[in-house]
Design a protein around this ligand. Sequence first.
Ligand code: GLA
Length: 701
Amino acid sequence: MTVLYGADYNPEQWPADVWDEDVRLMQQAGVNIVSLGIFAWSRIQPSEDVWDFAWLDTVIEKLQAGGVQVNLATATASPPPWVSARYPETLPADENGASYWPGSRQHFAPSSPTYRRLAGELVRRLAERYAHHPAVVMWHVGNEFGCHLPMDFSDSARDAYRVWLQSRYASIDVLNDAWGTSFWSQRYGSFDEIFPPRLAPYSHNPSSMLDYRRFTSDMLLECYLMEREILLAAGATQPITTNFMGPFKPADYRRWAPFMDVIADDCYPDPTNPNRVRDAAFQRDLVRSLKRGTPWLLWEQATDAVNWRPSNPGKRPGALLAETAQSIARGADGIMFFQWRQSRAGSEKFHSAMLPHAGTGTRTWDAVTDLGARLAALGDLPAPGRDARVALVFDWESWWAVEERDHPIEIDYLALVLEWYGAFHARNIQVDVIGPEEVDEGYDLAVAPVLYLLRDEGAAALSRFVEGGGTLLAGPFSDIVDTHDQFRSGGFLTQLGPLLGVRFEDFGALGGVSTGGTGVGAQTVRAAGAGGTVTFDLRGASLPGGIVAERVHAVGASVIATFETGLTAGSPALTRHAHGAGEGWYVATQPVAEGLDAVVAAVVEASGVRPVIDALPAGVEAARRGDLVTLINHGDDRVEIAIEGTDAETGAHIQHVVLESQGVAFVTAPVASRAAAGVLEPSAGDEAAASVTAAGAVPAR
Ligand code: GLA
């Protein structure tokens, strides 16, 4: 479909006489859609019994007359002051049980029945008024669920948690077993004795913490589903979505994805992050993989500087195009910004926008109008398809569990996964970022780093994958606990050991905390610590390992690399084992730098996966979506690249492209034979997932 181009539009911040100019300038910029009214609750319902839709009717009419479509927000993300004043039970609480107060946004307890009642009424009125409005082409539910409030410890949460636990475990004895409450005298007599994990003298039961994270994600999802059901009940037929935040720890988006008609994501690469290209690519691959084979929408990015980091430099010239192209390359069909017109007041007045406060005679406005024209020239984009032959396993439950306290070493899961991703990204090898259960025969290689918590279904899928001919690289610190964060009987690597040909004896923390990584988008990732290192020998080279040096034994596996130093000197660091029609590799450390690269080189060679394009100059990123190849020059120097195809913007036949720094080329270059190249088309199952329209309750756990 033609690229959607636009922004959050907050006309309620401006007098009505600005609205006509807005629409005129939107047309000039090539804007074809706006997300309208995301924070307009207090304007729509200034007090409990007063509703005002007249201004919204007018704005929608003006947009429609100007040919701008509307993604209409349900406006539930920031309750008006009267809600907090009259219904204090809607407010969330921190881990001391102390209330958060109004005055900002997102000051609602997701499990509060009163909040849900009031939000539900707002959505019902909006839905009844606009469900059949021809200008409204999409619904934007809430906004960035959980963004500012990763956990709520209020009394509403307490009550809802007890109900949630009861439906998960049915009996308190089952819960006691799942949580291992015989330890530290934690045995519960009834569900009413259970509280949210508020401030305690020492570490909470880790199994309960894991459930509290599941509960938190489910409460946010319930809010989304409640609104979705109201929209559907009012006859809404437009796609319904909300904006994700990439690898956002509090919400397990994989559970949300089936209820999103299209995945929408917000991404704000940090210009000061040396790994920003890698991290943003990961985020885009992650969100595309939530509905494999279908396009997604970049629902927010910044035209230039943001205002919420300690230091907020603008983007370097051309970076807006380069970052946008990365989204298109990795499956996006929509390119949107926060926000259309820079605010004059409020917390975000220093945040860039499509229309800067300084007006149209600006570098930003030129970049925005140029970008609109280039995206329009692309016309219809091909669906992403199942282009990746490599699966990188990334799992929210494992993330939650592995970052709990009291482990051999503190682990920054996202940072470690990003390091593995980076070795593939640097090679321009296309990767899907998926859960262990989703690893299937569409891949040649699966990489499962730090898959600490491994569910039975995930273990079964990985076994099937290897038996069917796939290459699996697992480790370190993988297959340690079950779904309740308990050790399985029989030791470690109980599920994967047979296909890896390895027995796991003991952990080996190297001291310090995990290696660096500066995070993705709005995420905060703990700062890097010193960490320990160990060396291991791979093909005659001594390479650095880090964080852990586990003591494992080869039980049938060939030892490819051995630890040379440290307490595990002489024991296997990298193993390889033929199993079924495939093979399993285990790495007993998180290698750093060239160590990690060498391990990835070895499994890439063994599995035969290929880059999108061979031998690209350094700094050039390439990704494929169907027949469209996108090339982006992130380097400083001009490069020339041989590629035969059609320039997707001009229609000209080309045999090479020349890219200045930050330059971008979109080239239609079909894989000679998609079947011969092993490219999978989306399966029926993937497509079904992409077009789910029926809402339901939060799926049972
Ligand atoms: C988030 C929010 C927006 C805005 C931007 C600023 O993505 O959804 O409302 O606050 O951040 O970067």
